[in-house]
Design a protein around this ligand. Structure first.
Ligand code: GLY
Length: 422
């Protein structure tokens, strides 16, 4: 098969690593990809939102499958255009993609189809948003309505910070994504990321993990796109998995199909495991980043048949995926200043060392300069991942690799997996 993989982050590097290991693959092309992905793919410099350019590339390489990594490509309508041009595509249409691209849409969707989530208010200007705070207790959760790369959420401990966050959002901090703001009830509980595949009709669970959203150890600092993950995570008891499937994932697939937009791809259910059961924090219409990295390390089955089955309506014929018994950990190395002002250009040495078969270093935001020196180019720069029979061993292996990489301008959290390991 010839596969076009769209995206350039750590998630896409992990997907490339797993797809390239499939005996079904003849040619794997990534657009635009990143320097680390050159080990698994041909790289072509077409942006993830250049829909016409990507369809032309799919034609040029006679792609049997287009795999969409990031939400920006979903929102740009890549699946719609690829399908219209006759390509099998793993990734939902832009209409189904509203489950991520508009938090206001998703809240109304939850009301319409009875999915459990927090109380909320959608506000179109700062005065309305500040008035809406009266209906909530601190800490206040303030979210930009649109796509903000995981950085559009502020948890404000008091009213003054909440009002400042509202002024920031309407002052243009998130661009068009902040034209509306959603204020939400703060949910008490433990957070988790569960993944489910769907081919438009049939759905199937596809793993779970726990992320660390705050920038610094001890869950302090600003919210980020995710600073590290581990899987399996104890928050996912059999009851939480089953209730999340039954109350959130399956009703979402049924609801979006009833809306006329059958879902083909992976749905990421970010949930809060509360005393009253799992409640939706948000949906994402793609694999999580860096959740995908630990899932790919643990996935024993060939990934490609699942991607094809979702794209072609054949998931009903597939067995549940097989997972290794190993635990996996991913530590994100970010550029100093992330998430607000990441410092670009820092030199990185040693990322391509051979750390053994159970360690993978996925590139997320890197670029090679003219002299061939690898440099930071973005907020989250490297994802250092390891697997081992126990979570503690996996974490030790991941941090040993982190410590062997020379990235003076970088930082990472040192407590990934703390809820399981202390
Ligand atoms: N790790 C959270 C996300 O991918 O949005």
């Amino acid at each position: 098969m010839n596969i076009l993989l769209v995206g350039s982050g750590g998630r896409e590097h992990a997907l490339a690593w797993k797809i390239a290991a499939s005996p079904l693959v003849r040619r794997l092309v990534a657009a635009p990809g990143n320097p680390g992905m050159a080990a698994q793919c041909e790289l072509r410099d077409v942006a993830a939102t250049d829909v016409a350019g990507l369809v032309a590339l799919a034609r040029e390489i006679a792609a049997d499958l287009v795999v969409i990594g990031p939400e920006s490509a979903v929102a740009a309508g890549l699946a719609d255009a690829a399908q219209a041009a006759g390509f099998a595509c793993f990734g939902p249409t832009a209409q189904a993609g509203q489950l991520e691209s508009s938090k206001a849409f998703t809240k109304a969707f939850c009301d319409r189809y009875g999915l459990p989530t927090s109380a909320y208010a959608v506000c179109g200007d700062a005065a309305a948003a500040k008035a809406a705070l009266d209906r909530f207790e601190p800490p206040y959760v303030i979210k930009a309505d649109g796509l903000a790369a995981g950085k559009g959420v502020v948890i404000a401990p008091d009213r003054a910070e909440a009002e400042a966050a509202i002024d920031d959002a309407f002052g243009g901090r998130f661009g068009a994504a902040g034209a509306r703001v959603v204020i939400e009830e703060f949910l008490e509980g433990e957070i988790g990321s569960l993944f489910a595949l769907c081919d438009g009709k049939t759905s199937m669970l596809f793993g779970w993990a726990q992320d660390h959203k705050r920038a610094f150890d001890g869950d302090r600092g600003p919210n980020t796109g995710g600073m590290g993950t581990y899987s399996p995570a104890p928050v996912f008891t059999p009851a939480v998995v089953e209730q999340t499937r039954e109350r959130l994932a399956e009703p979402a697939f049924a609801g979006i199909a009833a809306d006329g937009a059958p879902y083909r791809g992976v749905l990421f259910v970010e949930l809060m495991a509360t005393a009253a059961g799992p409640k939706l924090v948000e949906f994402n219409v793609r694999f999580g980043d860096p959740e995908c990295q630990v899932l790919m390390l643990r996935l024993e089955s060939d990934l490609v048949p699942y991607l094809v089955a979702c794209a072609t309506g054949r998931l009903a014929g597939m067995p549940p995926p097989a997972w290794r018994d190993d635990a996996a950990v991913c530590v994100v190395m970010a550029a100093q200043g992330y998430p607000d002002k990441p410092r670009s250009g820092g030199e990185i040495r040693g990322a391509d060392a051979d750390f053994g078969p159970d360690v993978a270093v996925f590139h997320a935001g890197t670029k090679a300069d003219e002299a061939g020196i690898l440099r930071a180019f973005g907020g989250r720069v490297l994802n250092v991942c390891a697997r081992a029979p126990t979570l503690r061993e996996a974490r030790d292996k991941a941090y040993a690799a982190v410590d062997a990489i020379d990235f003076p301008d970088g930082f990472c959290r040192r407590d990934i997996g703390w809820r399981a390991l202390g």
